[in-house]
Write a protein that binds this ligand. Structure first.
Ligand code: NAD
Ligand code: UDP
Length: 421
């Protein structure tokens, strides 16, 4: 388990010990340590050489490892023996009147798996549907078999039947290389997937939340971007399958709301990062950290003057849950307003990786920052105007970019040590 002796501090310098809060009759607060025990953990217990030692390790059941995967790595044969969990992570015991049946599409992805952890720890019944295009079973494997949890391999392009109270509709690849890998499939997922999930919401009368994106603003001519800005999107460029896909998904959402009375929520998410982000998905935060940790050149696209604002995963999950349980049916931006040029950001990541390595006693040479061609239609600037989220959700980001990055560096370092990165 990676560790740092320093506490995580929020933007006002206070120690962060819990995430979430009670809003709109829904309490989303949980201990940060509990969540960390789910994502800042090794995939298998430890490297052991002999079969005897492995068996003993698998039988060990102390508080710190009781709900970690008991998989044992056999160094001699470079193989893993998987075992089922001896105990699931503790979840709140909610009375049936407060326990919700929640469907999370795309729940095996980066954002989805953190949402699932939070909802499970809070004591709700969670069903994940995912086609594992960019997500992985391992992100939620610690819940498989739990009575409150179900994992279904399903593509949202096909209809899906279930009884539920709330639907968080996340299923859609989010990184530019992934969503451009098969542009037609991305549009189908955005349109048909959203159509199917809205149809389900209509039948079940479930509340429906879609994770839209700052990409609906395209390469914006208004800065920062408020929700009433209509955007500046190239409809035929390489990013259009995602940008226009999400725009039409929003249009569908409001169609079902106006015509059929479906209870909808629209979150426009700005760049978010954190543990469990696929290290090879090509997004800037994962690219920079992995490059710096491996001692490779850090690749800045273009002249590095384009800007982005980066939000840590726990702030996003707080915002999504608050929005879902609020009465706000208009789109709401959820993002962090701390804006960096990509060139500045590369330097920041390089410094933070060096700081964490130094704390761990690792002496590494300073990596170079190199410049590569700018991708087509890459937005020149992006920063959320989060006035609405503050007013209607009483939500604002707590995590500094520095704190979040340190935690993410520790997560990737642990993955490298265990050999899975
Ligand atoms: P991700 O790629 O890690 O997760 C997406 C998940 O959806 C994966 O598990 C994938 O396998 C699944 N999926 C994709 N197509 C599917 C299909 N047809 N049927 C079923 N499952 C499918 O991405 P993420 O960063 O976790 O993004 C989650 C959501 O948040 C997406 O809707 C994305 O557009 C939105 N979003 C994310 C960010 C961000 O910075 N992370 C920013 C804006 C919007
Ligand atoms: N980027 C970069 N180097 C990388 C990956 C991305 O300079 O290795 C840039 C990219 O061109 C964009 C910004 O970082 O300007 C954010 O890219 P990302 O793919 O993370 O998200 P998005 O463009 O969708 O905001």
């Amino acid at each position: 388990m990676p560790s740092s002796s320093e506490p995580s501090l929020d933007k006002s310098g206070k120690e962060i010990t819990t995430v979430g809060f009670a809003r709109f009759g829904f309490d989303s607060e949980v201990s940060l340590d509990v969540l960390r025990s789910l994502y800042l953990r090794a995939h298998y217990v430890k490297t052991v050489a002999s079969a005897d030692e492995a068996a003993k390790e698998a039988d060990r059941d102390d508080a710190s490892t009781s709900y970690l995967s008991k998989a044992i790595y056999h160094a001699d044969t470079k193989s893993i023996s998987y075992t089922t969990l001896s105990r699931f992570p503790p979840v709140k015991l909610l009375p049936p009147s407060q326990r919700k049946r929640i469907l999370v599409t795309g729940g095996a992805g980066f954002v989805g798996s953190h949402l699932v952890d939070r909802l499970m720890v809070l004591g709700h019944e969670v069903t994940v549907i995912d086609n594992f295009f960019t997500g992985s079973k391992t992100t939620v494997s610690h819940w498989v078999g739990h009575p409150n949890f179900e994992l279904v391999r399903h593509d949202v392009v096909e209809p899906f039947m279930i009884e539920c109270d709330q639907i968080y509709h996340l299923a859609c690849p989010a990184s530019p290389p992934h969503y451009q890998f098969n542009a037609v499939k991305t549009i189908k997922t955005s349109f048909m997937g959203t159509l199917n999930m809205l149809g389900l919401a209509k039948r079940t009368k479930a509340r429906f939340l879609i994770t839209s994106t700052s990409e609906v603003y395209g390469d914006p001519e208004v800065h920062p971007q408020p929700e009433d800005y209509w955007g500046h999107v190239n409809p035929i460029g390489p990013r259009a399958c995602y940008d226009e896909g999400k725009r039409v998904a929003e249009t569908l959402t409001y169609g079902f709301h106006r015509q059929d009375g479906v209870d909808v929520r629209v979150a426009r998410i700005f760049n978010t990062y954190g543990p469990r982000m696929n290290p090879f998905d090509g997004r800037v935060v994962s690219n920079f950290i992995v490059q710096a940790l491996r001692g490779e050149d850090m690749t800045v696209y273009g002249d590095g003057k384009q800007t982005r604002s980066f939000q840590y995963i726990h702030d996003l999950i707080d915002g999504l849950i608050a929005l879902m349980n609020s009465d706000e049916t208009r789109p709401v931006n959820i993002g962090n307003g701390d804006e960096f040029t990509i060139g500045e950001f590369a330097e920041l990541v390089r410094d933070i990786v060096a700081k964490v390595q130094k704390e761990d006693g690792v002496d590494v040479p300073r990596v170079n920052i190199v410049y590569k061609p700018m991708p087509t239609d890459d937005p020149q600037k992006r920063r959320p105007d989060t006035t609405r989220a503050k007013q209607v959700l009483d939500w604002q980001p707590r995590w500094t970019v520095q704190m979040g990055l340190e935690e993410m560096v520790r997560y990737y370092k642990a993955k490298m040590v265990e050999g899975s990165l």
